[in-house]
Design a protein. Structure first.
Length: 234
């Protein structure tokens, strides 16, 4: 049995919400997407990615194949645009089948697992993350780095033969949780505070998501914020 909470907020400085998400326990599919692009193209990119993955997975495609096809569709759609900024989006997606899960991502939207402690399953496709992995930046320095939002991979921007889809698989034991979120949360709330909220068993998953979003808004609230928390129950 799966319990989940979900939510999104425009933030305190943005006029539009380019984030979107999907949560369906019957399909076992959960995803968050963070769009980018000129005018309203970020909203179009995120909605296109969401709807495309849902349709492909619903038709029997694997999560990886669905994301690859969405990337190709977004690139084709962007080719007709005249703006200098291409239409793109990140994605963080989880498919649950029984007690097994598959997680896939492109960009810097994240997937965490909590099972007694918080573990980040995803790795940001960003310049700053590459510098951290190379030992040139600490995690603390990365949080405030001026290039923290520059991505090395994004749907609709990265060519199909260069697209790297992050992938992780595992078992979701009773009491374990999976958190999917955009960088509007992780830029404002550190992992220790995320773990404190996600680990609570005295509140519903929806209340935990509400608390995470409120925590992000209590910071600068400079970006859209989206989160889904999935908990494995008896």
């Amino acid at each position: 049995m799966i319990e989940f909470g979900h939510g999104t907020h425009t933030g305190l400085r943005r006029l539009r919400n380019e984030d979107t998400y999907y949560a369906d326990a019957s399909l076992g599919l959960f995803l968050v997407v963070d769009g980018m692009g000129g005018h309203r193209h970020g909203e179009v990119a995120s909605a296109t990615a969401r709807d495309g993955v849902v349709a492909q997975v619903g038709a029997g495609q694997s999560l990886v194949d669905a994301i690859q096809r969405v990337n190709e569709a977004l690139i084709a759609r962007s080719s007709g645009l005249t703006e200098s900024r291409p239409m793109g989006t990140t994605i963080a997606a989880v498919r649950i089948d029984g007690r097994s899960y598959e997680a896939a991502w492109v960009g810097d939207s994240r997937i965490y697992r909590w099972d007694g402690s918080l573990e980040r399953l995803s790795h940001d496709h960003s310049i700053v993350e590459a510098l951290v992995e190379a030992g040139e930046l600490t995690e603390a320095q990365a949080r405030n780095h001026p290039q923290r939002s520059l991505l090395t991979q994004a749907l609709g921007i990265t060519l199909p033969d260069q697209l790297h889809i992050g992938l992780a698989r595992g078992e979701l034991r009773v009491g374990a949780r999976l958190l999917l979120c955009t960088d509007g949360l992780t830029d404002e709330v550190d992992d220790a505070k995320i773990a404190e909220i996600v680990s609570r068993s005295d509140i519903a998953a929806q209340e935990a998501v509400d608390q995470l979003i409120l925590k992000a808004l209590a910071g600068t609230g400079r970006d859209n914020v989206t989160a889904i928390l999935v908990r494995a129950a008896d």
